[in-house]
Design a protein around this ligand. Structure first.
Ligand code: ADP
Ligand code: MG
Length: 380
C-alpha cells in the first residue's frame, strides 16, 4: 500500500443544533472547499474578551480578543454540515488506515474538540436510544464502519486474522477498563523495553463477528455513560480509547525447514497491528466560576493531558533533525499514545467543530491545535 506516513488532520463541522438555531446563534464557520475552513465573526462588545485556553501557551495566536476575527485554516479534507457519515468514512482515509493496521501498523484516529462539537457522533454515531432500538445504519460512525471494513477485508484476504479488543478510559489521570465487569477500578500503566507502555491486567476480548465487536463497544460506552449520571458530565470528562489488536496468525509450514522431517508447522513471524479510536475529553477551558473540588480536579486532569498531548505534537512537528526528547511520560494519555504518535504510528486527527457564534473561541483553539498537528510526521 502506498500511503504517505504523514496524515494531516481533517475537520468536521457539525450542523447547528435545534437549540442553537432557536436561540438565534449565527453560523461563523464555513467550508470554502479544497480543505479550507473559514471562520468569520465579530465578537459582541464586552463579550468573552481575552481568553486563557489550556492550549494557548502552545498557540500564542489562540488568544482571542474582542473584535473582528477572520481566519482560514487548511486541512486535508473538510466535512461540513451536510456531509454524511459515509462521506466522512470514505473521504477521511479511514479505509486505508484499516488496511495499514491489518498490515501490521499502529494506527490511531483521534477526535478532539470542545464538548458538544460532534466527537462521539463522528466516531460512533448518535447514541442508540436502547439496545432494542439501535441507531439507523446510515448514521453509524467511523468505528462501526471500520469494524465492518476490517472483518470484510479479513474474509476477502483469506488470511487468518486473530482479532481482539480492549477499551479503556482515562479519568482524572486514572486508567480504567471499560470491558471488565464490576465497578471501575484503576489499572497501573507500566513500561517495558519490549512492550513500551502498557496497561497491566487490561482485559482484551477476542471477537470474530461484527455483532460481537459492536456489542463490546456498546457495553463499554454504556459503562462510560452510566457513570455520567453519577458524576457530573463524566462522559465528556474522560478520554476513551478503544483498541483493536490485529494479529495475523500466518501459520505457515515453512517447507524448507519442516517438510519431510515431520515437524509441526512453525509459525512464521506474524504481523501485529493495532487500530485505536480515541474520543478525547472536551477541550473547553476551565470555567473560572463553579470549578471546585471534583470539577476542578477533572478540569485540571484534562488540561494536563491535552497540554501534554499538544506539547508532544508540537515537538514532533519540528523538523526531523531537531527532534529532541518527546515527553510522553507527562500524562497517561501521551504514554498510551506514544507508539502511534511517535515511532511507527500513523495518526488521523479529526478536529470536530461547532459552527455556532457562541463557540467561536473554542473553535479557534481547536483549529489552531489542529494546525500544529499538521506538521507531525511519523515513520511507519
Ligand atoms: P461530543 O462528543 O463532542 O461532546 P456529540 O457527538 O455528543 O459531541 O454531539 C453533540 C450533539 O450534536 C449530539 O446531539 C449529536 O447527535 C449532534 N451532532 C454532532 N455531530 C452531528 C452531525 N454531523 N450531524 C448531526 N448531528 C450531530
Ligand atoms: Mg462525546
Amino acid at each position: 500500500t502506498s500511503v504517505s506516513p504523514h496524515v494531516p488532520p481533517i475537520a468536521r463541522v457539525r450542523p447547528l443544533t435545534c437549540t442553537e438555531t432557536r436561540r438565534g446563534d449565527r453560523r461563523v464557520v464555513h467550508s470554502l472547499g479544497d480543505g479550507a475552513v473559514h471562520v468569520s465573526a465579530t465578537s459582541p462588545p464586552g463579550g468573552r474578551g481575552e481568553l486563557r485556553h489550556p492550549l494557548s501557551c502552545l498557540c500564542p495566536h489562540a488568544q482571542v480578543s474582542a473584535g473582528r476575527h477572520d481566519a482560514t485554516f487548511g486541512f486535508s479534507a473538510v466535512f461540513d454540515a451536510g456531509a454524511s457519515q459515509e462521506a466522512v468514512f470514505e473521504g477521511s482515509g479511514m479505509r486505508q488506515l484499516v488496511e495499514l493496521a491489518i498490515d501490521g501498523f499502529s494506527c490511531t484516529v483521534f477526535a478532539f474538540g470542545q464538548t458538544g462539537s460532534g466527537k462521539t457522533y463522528t466516531l460512533m454515531g448518535p447514541l442508540a436510544q436502547s439496545e432494542t432500538q439501535p441507531a439507523a445504519p446510515a448514521l453509524l460512525g467511523l468505528m462501526q464502519r471500520s469494524f465492518a471494513c476490517l472483518l470484510e477485508q479479513s474474509r476477502s484476504r483469506g488470511s487468518d486474522l486473530a482479532l481482539s479488543a480492549s477499551y479503556l478510559e482515562i479519568y482524572n489521570e486514572q486508567v480504567r477498563d471499560l470491558l471488565s465487569p464490576g465497578p471501575p477500578c484503576a489499572l497501573p500503566l507500566r513500561w517495558s523495553k519490549t512492550r513500551g507502555f502498557y496497561v497491566e491486567n487490561q482485559l482484551s476480548v477476542d471477537f470474530e463477528s461484527l455483532e460481537a465487536i459492536v456489542s463490546l463497544l456498546l457495553q463499554g460506552s454504556q459503562r462510560r455513560r452510566t457513570s455520567a449520571h453519577a458524576l457530573n458530565r463524566h462522559s465528556s470528562r474522560s478520554h476513551a480509547l478503544l483498541t483493536i489488536h490485529i494479529r495475523s496468525r500466518a501459520v505457515s509450514t515453512c517447507p524448507a525447514l519442516g517438510e519431510g522431517l515431520g515437524l509441526i508447522p512453525s509459525t512464521c513471524p506474524s504481523k501485529q497491528g493495532t487500530l485505536c479510536f480515541v474520543d478525547l475529553a472536551g477541550s473547553e477551558r476551565v470555567k473560572e466560576t463553579g470549578s471546585s473540588g471534583e470539577l476542578s480536579m477533572e478540569a485540571n486532569s484534562i488540561n494536563r493531558s491535552l497540554l501534554a498531548l499538544g506539547h508532544c505534537i508540537s515537538l514532533l512537528a519540528k523538523p526531523r533533525g531537531k527532534w529532541t526528547h518527546i515527553p510522553y511520560r507527562d500524562s497517561k494519555l501521551t504514554r498510551l499514545l506514544a507508539r502511534s504518535l511517535g515511532g511507527s504510528g500513523i495518526t488521523l486527527m479529526v478536529a470536530c467543530i461547532s459552527p455556532s457564534s457562541r463557540c467561536l473561541s473554542e473553535t479557534l483553539s481547536t483549529l489552531h491545535y489542529a494546525s500544529r498537528a499538521r506538521r507531525v510526521t511519523t515513520r511507519p
